[in-house]
Design a protein around this ligand. Structure first.
Ligand code: AN7
Length: 385
């Protein structure tokens, strides 16, 4: 391939580039060709990047806001529910929004290496964007507790992956110490540029709906995203682009619910490995967000999470990862307590793609039957006996 391209180049005269056959449609301008440009260029005025040449983007953002057709039936008449499906981002989670800003900023500042602790998705995003920026990415993950797809991503994007025998919280402590002593930039959500990028999801929701929803529900792990969304909504309110900001509803997993309990959890447990976090970095900010928005942070059980996970896949056509389903499990729990009424709109963030965690998916369904390659057998198994 490469050789052919080189030899052909020699024979091509420069003039041919100019005179194109009239029948061929002329190429659109560069800006039209690139379509959605990624969150930094699309929301340039609201983000802390000033050097265009430093922008590292995979065209993240612009994710679908999908209206519920089935789950909404468990709510009172006249309630609207939407899923902000972040699984369509380039690395399959909402982390891309923050990572494009954190990595672009690190590039502006001349960083050569970045580091993060992760339950999986941050490591996948850090690895991809750092790789693209020509930086080295180090990721510390809790051994055996990261979903398979996420581990594959970090490895394929060329990160230096270190599995520690400890929790995510311990990994984050180590990351903070390493970054104090060595020339590496932290790209966890304690990096302020991460949350700046993540707030763009709130912008997109208002831009799409033409208003802010009444409620916004999302899973809570390190508690960065809930803070970022509210910041985005508040900024649009201030700018007059929305007339209200939503009540924020955060949901932790029952076995990993430090904010709900009011104290750190030593050994957090949940089927939702992404939010198995016992000492959230953005704890205080999350409490402020909860209180200012007159919202709440509650816990949902693994059973509730898995029920929502299956409902979303089977009845809504949206395959998210277990942690993402905590947002829907949460509003179903609140609906049972009659929290919502006619005219309310609820947006649930589905933070990551279901393909990231094949083991959780396989554990939820029975394996397909294996049958002879025979017409009658197939028909019989289909129920057309
Ligand atoms: C799918 O990747 O913390 O409350 O290290 O992957 O902003 O932490 C992931 C968190 C929700 C929680 N849903 O968001 C990491 C990491 C998914 C996630 C959360 C995460 P925050």
């Amino acid at each position: 391939m490469a050789l052919r391209a080189v030899s052909r180049k020699k024979t091509v005269r420069p003039r041919r580039r100019i005179s194109r056959p009239a029948s061929r449609p002329s190429k659109p301008a560069a800006s039209a060709r690139s379509g959605w440009k990624g969150v930094i260029l699309e929301y340039w005025d609201y983000l802390p990047i000033r050097d265009r040449s430093a922008v590292v983007t995979l065209h993240e953002g612009h994710t679908p806001l999908i209206r519920s057709v089935d789950i909404v039936r468990q709510f009172p008449e006249g309630v609207e529910i939407y899923f902000k499906f972040e699984g369509t981002n380039p690395t399959g989670s909402f982390k891309d929004r923050g990572m494009t800003v954190a990595i672009s900023r690190a590039k502006e500042e001349g960083a050569k290496a970045v580091i993060c602790a992760s339950t999986g998705n941050t490591s996948a995003a850090a690895a991809a964007y750092a790789g693209r920026a020509g930086m080295c990415a180090y990721v510390l993950i809790p051994e055996g507790n990261v979903a398979l797809g996420k581990l594959c991503q970090a490895m394929m994007h060329g990160a230096k992956v270190l599995q520690i025998r400890g929790t995510f919280d311990r990994a984050l402590e180590l990351v903070r110490q390493i970054a104090k002593e060595h020339p590496v930039t932290i790209v966890n959500s304690i990096n302020p540029y991460r949350l700046e990028g993540q707030k763009t999801a709130a912008f997109e929701i208002v831009d799409t709906l033409g208003r802010a929803p009444t409620y916004h529900a999302l899973p809570v792990g390190n508690a960065g995203n809930i803070v970022a969304y509210y910041r985005g909504y508040r900024q649009y309110l201030k700018l007059g682009k929305a007339r209200s900001a939503p009540v924020m509803l955060g949901f932790q997993a029952e076995g990993a619910a430090p904010i709900v309990r009011g104290h750190p959890v030593e050994n957090p447990q949940s089927v939702a490995s992404a939010i198995r976090i016992g000492n959230p970095a953005n704890w205080q900010e999350a409490l402020k967000t909860r209180d200012e928005s007159r919202g709440l942070i509650d816990a949902v059980t693994d059973t509730e999470i898995l029920a929502a996970y299956r409902l979303l896949a089977e009845r809504e056509g949206v395959f998210c990862e277990p942690a993402s389903a905590a947002s829907v499990a949460g509003i179903l729990k609140l609906a049972a307590r009659r929290m919502f009424k006619r005219g309310d709109s609820i947006v649930c963030t589905l933070t990551g793609c279901g393909l990231k965690d094949p083991d959780s998916a396989l554990s939820q369904a029975s394996r397909p039957a294996v049958i002879p390659a025979d017409l009658r057998e197939v028909a019989a198994h289909m129920g057309f006996a």
